[in-house]
Design a protein around this ligand. Structure first.
Ligand code: FNR
Length: 174
């Protein structure tokens, strides 16, 4: 199964990127992951046509079997850089997220691990007609104690991510 990955943090030491890398490592026999960059996109402007590279990425996402979004929460919501990418892709043809099995995973040092971001992102996903996995919800709180030097050191988190991967696979197949 080909899975398009979008990461809502641009920083090198991102815990969300680290969670993605571990998730990809654990599930490399089941999923083939392709990350789609968002940091090089201009700010959305309805006056300009989408640059070709944005359109090409939209097509490549549309060709995948599912989408996984790993993202932090910024100011109780979706990071602007991620929302900007979704705004660009929402205007592309084909619509890359329409009917696409999509799951959200987030990690934060705070107690509720991106819950507020995830519910805002779900609202955006309704307009994009994403087919969102409802459960399990993966909201990794206290992430600075669970992800150290790019590795998940908490066994419960590893197990939970594997439960998620199995559910996501079944969701795509259903
Ligand atoms: C944050 N952070 C944060 N954390 C949280 O749980 N809820 C929030 O609303 C916010 N808001 C917020 C805004 C901005 C502008 C920054 C830079 C940070 C903290 C955030 O969770 C922390 O920096 C994470 O490490 C970011 O994720 P990555 O980059 O490590 O993946």
């Amino acid at each position: 199964m080909k899975i398009a990955v979008v990461i809502g943090s641009l920083r090198k030491e991102s815990v969300n990127r680290a969670v993605f890398e571990q998730y990809a490592e654990f599930n490399k026999d089941v999923f083939q992951f392709e990350e789609f960059a968002i940091g090089d996109m201009p700010l959305y402007n309805q006056d300009i046509q989408a640059p070709d590279f944005i359109q090409q990425r939209a097509q490549a996402i549309a060709d995948c079997d599912g989408v996984l979004i790993f993202s932090p929460e910024y100011n109780y919501s979706v990071p602007g850089v991620l929302k900007n990418a979704l705004d660009w892709w929402s205007r592309a043809e084909p619509q890359p997220f329409a009917g696409k099995p999509t799951a959200i995973i987030g990690a934060s040092p705070g107690a509720i691990g991106t819950a507020r971001m995830q519910y805002h992102l779900r609202q955006v996903g309704v307009f994009l007609n994403m087919r969102l996995l409802n459960k399990p919800e993966v909201m990794i709180g206290g992430a600075y104690d669970k992800v150290i030097e790019g590795k998940i050191v908490d066994d419960g988190t590893v197990e939970f991510l594997q439960t998620h991967a199995e559910s996501f696979k079944q969701f795509i197949e259903s």
